[in-house]
Design a protein around this ligand. Structure first.
Ligand SMILES: NC(=O)c1ccc[n+]([C@@H]2O[C@H](COP(=O)([O-])OP(=O)(O)OC[C@H]3O[C@@H](n4cnc5c(N)ncnc54)[C@H](OP(=O)(O)O)[C@@H]3O)[C@@H](O)[C@H]2O)c1
Length: 272
C-alpha cells in the first residue's frame, strides 16, 4: 500500500472514502491530501478528518502518487487539463470514480502510458455498504488493480470487471439505490392504502426490506427460494404476486435497467 493518497474534489464520495480509509487505517490523516475549491468545505474536511486540504489540484498531484479523481464528470476536462503536466506515468496511479467517462477519455488527455483504474461505486458508500466495480486501464498493472480493490473495500464490497461491463454495472448497482428507494416508497404507500399510519408503514416496509436481504445472505437462499418460503397455497402472498405478474412488475424492472444501460452508453459515447 502507498503511504498516502491525493483526492481531487472533496465532495460526498470523497468524504465517504476518507472515512473508510481512516477507519481501516489505510492512511493516516496527514497523508491524505484533498483539493477542493470551496473554502468552507475544505475547513469542514480539515476539522472533521484532520486531512491536508488545498485549493490547488496540482499541489495534490505534486505531493502524492496515488490520485483519486472525485469530481463530477462535467468538470473532468478542466481538471485533466490542469494536472496533466504534473502526471508522471512512472510514478502516478490515477483512479477515477466519475460516472459515464470511459477509460479512453482519460488516456487521450493524460500523458502516454498513464496507469488508470476506473471505479463505479454507489451512494451506499456513505454508510460503507457500496458495491464498487473496478476496471483496469490500458497501462495499469494487476498490482494496481489489487491496490484499488483494497482501497474500495474500505467503503464496502468490490468486484473486478472488464470495462465493457461498466455501463451495465452503472445501470444496476450505480443507479440501483434509486430503484430500491422507489420500491420502498411504493411499499409504504401500499401500507397507507390499506389503512396503516405512515410512520408505522415506513417502519414495517424498511425492516421488511432489510430483513429480506439479511435472510437471503444468512441462509444463502436465492430470491425464488425466499419467495417460496412466504407463499402459502391460496394465501395472501400469492394473491399479491398474481397482481405483480399480471401487471408486468419484473418486465418493468428489466426494461428500466436496460434504459439506464443505454443512457450510460450514450453518455460514454459523447465523451469517448
Ligand atoms: N454520489 C454517488 O452516488 C456516485 C456514485 C458513483 C459515482 N459517483 C461519481 O463520483 C464523483 C463525485 O461525486 P460526488 O457525489 O462526490 O459529487 P460532489 O459531492 O459534487 O463532489 C465533487 C466535489 O468536487 C468539487 N470540485 C468541483 N470542481 C472542482 C475542480 N475543478 N477541482 C477540484 N474539485 C472540484 C466540488 O466542489 P463544488 O461543490 O464547488 O462544485 C465538490 O466538492 C462524480 O464523478 C460522480 O459521477 C458518484
Amino acid at each position: 500500500m502507498k503511504k498516502g493518497i491525493g483526492i481531487i474534489g472533496g465532495g460526498q464520495m470523497a468524504e465517504a472514502l476518507i472515512k473508510g480509509f481512516l477507519e481501516r487505517q489505510l492512511f493516516s490523516s496527514e497523508n491524505i491530501w484533498v483539493s477542493e475549491p470551496i473554502l468552507e468545505r475544505r475547513e469542514y474536511l480539515m476539522r472533521n478528518y484532520s486531512v491536508k486540504v488545498t485549493p490547488s489540484n496540482c499541489e495534490v498531484v505534486e505531493n502524492q502518487e496515488l490520485i483519486l479523481l472525485a469530481v463530477k464528470p462535467q468538470v473532468m476536462v478542466e481538471v485533466l487539463e490542469e494536472i496533466k503536466f504534473k502526471i508522471d506515468p512512472e510514478k502516478h496511479l490515477i483512479i477515477t470514480i466519475a460516472a459515464g467517462l470511459p477509460i479512453s477519455f482519460y488516456e487521450k488527455r493524460l500523458p502516454l502510458k498513464t496507469r488508470l483504474i476506473r471505479v463505479m461505486p454507489n451512494t451506499c458508500a456513505l454508510v460503507h455498504k457500496s458495491i464498487s466495480a473496478v476496471a483496469k486501464g490500458t497501462f495499469a498493472q494487476e498490482e494496481d488493480l489489487n491496490l484499488v480493490e483494497e482501497l474500495f473495500l474500505a467503503i464496502g464490497e468490490v468486484v473486478k470487471v472488464e470495462e465493457k461491463y461498466i455501463d451495465a454495472v452503472t445501470a444496476l448497482s450505480g443507479s440501483g439505490p434509486a430503484y430500491v428507494a422507489l420500491f420502498l416508497e411504493a411499499l409504504i404507500d401500499g401500507g397507507v392504502r390499506v389503512g396503516l399510519p405512515r410512520p408505522l408503514s415506513e417502519k414495517l416496509a424498511l425492516f421488511t426490506l432489510e430483513g429480506t436481504v439479511f435472510l437471503m445472505k444468512t441462509l444463502q437462499k436465492n430470491p425464488y427460494e425466499i419467495k417460496a418460503m412466504v407463499t402459502s397455497p391460496g394465501g395472501t402472498t400469492i394473491s399479491a404476486l398474481e397482481v405483480f405478474y399480471k401487471e408486468g412488475f419484473s418486465g418493468i424492472i428489466i426494461s428500466a435497467i436496460n434504459k439506464a444501460f443505454e443512457r450510460s452508453k450514450e453518455i460514454g459515447q459523447t465523451f469517448s
